[in-house]
Write a protein that binds this ligand. Structure first.
Ligand code: AMP
Length: 274
């Protein structure tokens, strides 16, 4: 396995490989990331994983500085999966000067995550586009765990005619249902055992919709009250249309429930398709 920091030598190696599947990450790899890598490996032997904690997608008060950075462990896990190429640039490589060109995004990027983390998707889309330009993958794999991110990347590829096929990976969960996330390690023991309630409430909403409840606003409100009563601070719990990520109306059947909520200082997100 080769680890690259530099763009030119990475490009030189990649020019001889085809097709290329790309899995972008911020590192601190867990079984969720590794499932995406395995999915990529099934499509081609030429898998590139990137590890880069992207400053552009963090607000000034967010956890950019304390985000876990574990490059050695990550590379060990990737080499166990026979990943050939890791791109782990430092900031000077990707941002040799201030990144002043930033993408303008559609209004869906101002909803849900974007409502609570203004500029987040602009930062994500800009770095994904840069990485696509550097690596020029044929395929890129993104997790459904970050459902709105996956949607926005798919829209970016479609609307900007990028020659890359986006593949979605299912969310990998802990034994109690909590979606794996690098941020789970911020939780103390009591918070960790409470954390699975986020997924439980998504399951509860799904059950209620399947059994005929169509008043989506009251389902959202009840779920919010339930978590708030257990000590959570809920940013949103929303029932949206999968095709547009706009609020679902009675009768819609392509639904996804998306949620973000805080346990003390840790923000967790999750979602569930119907
Ligand atoms: P991150 O390192 O958090 O930027 O995530 C890198 C990629 O891994 C993204 O496409 C995420 O959606 C995906 N991912 C993160 N957690 C999970 C999970 N629990 N299951 C599946 N994919 C995940």
């Amino acid at each position: 396995m080769k680890i690259f920091n530099d763009i030119n030598s990475l490009r030189k190696i990649l020019s001889r490989k085809q097709p290329i599947a790309f899995v972008p990450t911020m590192g601190n790899l867990h079984a969720g990331h590794l499932a995406l890598i395995k999915q990529a490996k099934q499509l081609t032997d030429n898998v590139v994983a990137s590890i880069f904690v992207n400053r552009l997608q963090f607000l000034p008060h967010e956890d950019f500085n304390r985000y876990p950075r574990t490059l050695d462990d990550d590379c060990r896990l990737l080499s166990e999966l026979n990943v050939n190429i890791v791109f782990a640039p430092n900031e000077e490589i990707l941002f040799p000067t201030k990144q002043e060109f930033l993408l303008a995004l559609p209004s869906v990027a101002d909803t849900l995550e974007g409502e609570f983390r203004p500029g987040f998707f602009r930062g994500v889309a800009t770095i994904v586009l840069k990485l696509f330009n550097i690596i020029q993958p044929d395929i890129a794999v993104f997790g459904k765990k970050d459902y709105q991110q996956l949607y926005i990347v798919q829209e970016m590829v479609r609307q900007l005619n990028l020659p890359v096929e986006i593949i979605a990976g299912e969310t990998i969960r802990a034994h109690d249902g909590l979606a794996l996330s690098s941020r789970n390690q911020y939780l103390n023991a009591a918070q960790r055992s409470e954390a699975c309630q986020l997924y439980q409430i998504l399951l509860q909403i799904k059950r209620e919709i399947i059994s005929g409840h169509q008043d989506f606003l009251s389902l959202q409100e009840n779920a919010t009250q339930h978590l708030t009563g257990r000590g959570w601070k809920v940013d949103y719990i929303r029932i949206q249309k999968r095709s547009s990520l706009m609020p679902a109306q009675t009768g819609d059947d392509d639904l996804v429930i998306l949620a973000a909520a805080w346990l003390d200082k840790t923000r967790l997100i999750d979602n569930l398709e119907l």
